[in-house]
Design a protein around this ligand. Structure first.
Ligand SMILES: Cc1cc2nc3c(=O)[nH]c(=O)nc-3n(C[C@H](O)[C@H](O)[C@H](O)COP(=O)(O)OP(=O)(O)OC[C@H]3O[C@@H](n4cnc5c(N)ncnc54)[C@H](O)[C@@H]3O)c2cc1C
Length: 470
């Protein structure tokens, strides 16, 4: 073998590799193909380098290197965003997936959470102290992307959005500086981070306030046959309107997933489910959900005293990594008879038994925060809806086209009943790009653009729900 054959070929990233402590994955590296994949299996991008950071200093190095070499930058937290903005072609992915630590301070009821953590990590560590904060409803969703877009989940009506619980963030800005953002330091940046997405820097850690939660909660879903949807929703309209702040609920339209506690004969049967989680004493929760459980003839009732962390991971296997996904989203001011009719007409017309729609009940503490306090815009929305078309990687292009067409048709049918605005974290890729301004409304968007101009005037961070500077 000649010297030339044995020498390691120099790469454009050797200079970065000299000081970088984490893993640099190039297209020739073992593990590159796994590292470039994210939750949505549709996304198939090939970055020139994945910089898997081991800490804040690595993030600084990667940002500075990318800027000096004019590289496109994508930032990966949990890798769950359906639009796939966590990965880019050709450029560099600043990958925080190795930074998942959670430090709980039980005396102060706060937690520091690193920028690559998942909600399952946070729920596990905080619940060890009987504490929690509002997170998403699937344990393998990333903390960073979810928080930066607002953060909705079962605890929000009692404890506010995830951003309402954000006390501070450590951020590596687009020029590679490390700044702390809080109500006292860089308050403009802190305002923008609470809803404005990944536009303003790479967040290396978040500090959240925590609340006593559980550990056992009255929680779980009740399922009815899809044919009962109109009646269930008419009942749910009143039930939700009168619900105490403690009662969080999400309605799911689709099929009965093959969960361990569900009798096998019900698996994949078209059904509407109302999943509840009561953020208070189990006995009070039992009382609060009684009318729901006794409505009509449920197919199966899984509401029971359940450990919060178990409940939060309960549907993780119904939305697996690598399946193919396409989303459409809207918000409703209320559940009118016409909106209910549109849901009943379209929700079950998908071809795949895995496709579903989720409707989050908002209000409570979310609605009591003034609209201009954070960049999250949808304070007055009654229900946030996400239509999730799902198909398997080996299913045909025709099947994929039929599922995505279903999601678009369903959105179209709901739009006359929608409010202004849409939850930014539920937007998909190309055909939703022009909805970013709609998500925020003109006033919040303009303020975000000013903050963007201050912290990232060159729009170096643009693989996101992009706010244009200035
Ligand atoms: C199965 C599933 C369930 C969900 N459930 C909920 C829910 O209950 N409630 C809810 O509110 N949302 C929910 N979502 C939506 C979720 O909030 C978004 O998908 C969010 O973007 C996921 O965050 P992530 O860190 O995994 O994203 P990634 O895909 O890793 O990143 C998305 C974008 O966020 C930004 N970003 C990520 N990490 C950082 C960082 N450290 N610093 C700066 N910017 C960063 C970047 O712009 C990046 O392009 C769900 C999504 C899925 C797939």
């Amino acid at each position: 073998m000649t010297a030339i054959q044995t020498a390691k070929a120099p790469t454009a990233f050797d200079e970065l590799g000299g000081s970088f402590r984490g893993e640099l994955l190039l297209p020739t590296s073992p593990g590159y193909d796994t590292a470039r994949r994210i939750w949505n299996g549709v996304i198939d991008r090939r970055p020139s380098c994945i910089a898997r950071c081991s800490g804040v200093a690595d993030v600084v190095e990667a940002v500075r290197y990318a800027r000096d070499h004019d590289l496109d930058i994508a930032v990966r937290g949990g890798g769950h965003n359906v639009a796939g903005t966590a990965v880019c072609d050709y450029g560099i992915v600043i990958d925080l997936s190795a930074m998942r630590a959670v430090w709980v301070d039980p005396a102060r009821r706060t937690a520091w959470v690193q920028g690559g953590a998942l909600w399952g990590d946070v729920d596990r560590e905080t619940q060890a102290h009987g504490l929690a904060t509002t997170g998403g409803i699937v344990g393998h969703t990333g903390v960073a992307g979810l928080t930066l877009g607002g953060g909705i989940g079962f605890l929000m009506r009692k404890h506010g959005l995830t951003v309402d619980n954000l006390l501070a963030a450590e951020v590596v800005t687009a020029d590679g500086s490390i700044v702390q953002a809080s109500a006292d330091e860089h308050p403009d940046l802190f305002w923008a981070l609470r809803g404005g997405g990944g536009n303003f820097g790479v967040v290396t850690s978040f500090r959240f306030s925590l609340h006593p939660v559980g550990p056992t909660m009255m929680a779980g879903p009740v399922f009815w046959a899809a044919d009962d949807t109109t009646d269930v929703l008419r009942f749910y309209r009143g039930f939700a309107a009168e619900a105490p702040d403690e009662l969080g609920s999400v309605v799911r339209f689709g099929t009965v997933p093959p969960l361990p506690d569900v009798p096998e004969e019900l698996h994949w049967r078209p059904a509407v489910a109302v999943a509840c989680c009561y953020a208070g004493a189990v006995e009070d929760g039992e009382r609060a959900v009684r009318p729901l459980r006794s409505f009509g003839t449920p197919l199966v009732d899984l509401l029971a005293p359940t450990p919060y962390a178990t409940f939060q991971g309960g549907i993780d296997d119904t939305v697996l990594h690598g399946w193919h996904y396409y989303w459409k989203a809207t918000s409703l001011a209320g559940l009118s008879d016409d909106a209910i009719a549109a849901i009943a007409d379209h929700a079950y017309a998908a071809g795949s038994p895995r496709s579903y729609t989720a409707m989050f009940h908002m209000g409570g503490a979310v609605a009591r925060v003034p609209r201009d306090a954070t960049a999250y815009a949808g304070r007055d929305v009654a229900h946030n809806i996400v239509i999730d078309a799902v198909w398997l990687p080996d299913e045909s292009d025709e099947h994929a086209a039929a599922e995505t067409a279903w999601a678009r048709r369903f959105l179209h049918a709901l739009q006359p009943h929608g409010t202004d605005g849409v939850y930014v974290n539920f937007l998909d890729s190309d055909d939703d790009a022009d909805r970013v301004r709609e998500a925020y409304g003109d006033q919040i968007y303009r303020r975000l653009a000013e903050v963007k101009a201050k912290y990232d005037a060159d729009n170096a961070l643009h693989h996101n729900k992009n706010i244009h500077p200035g």
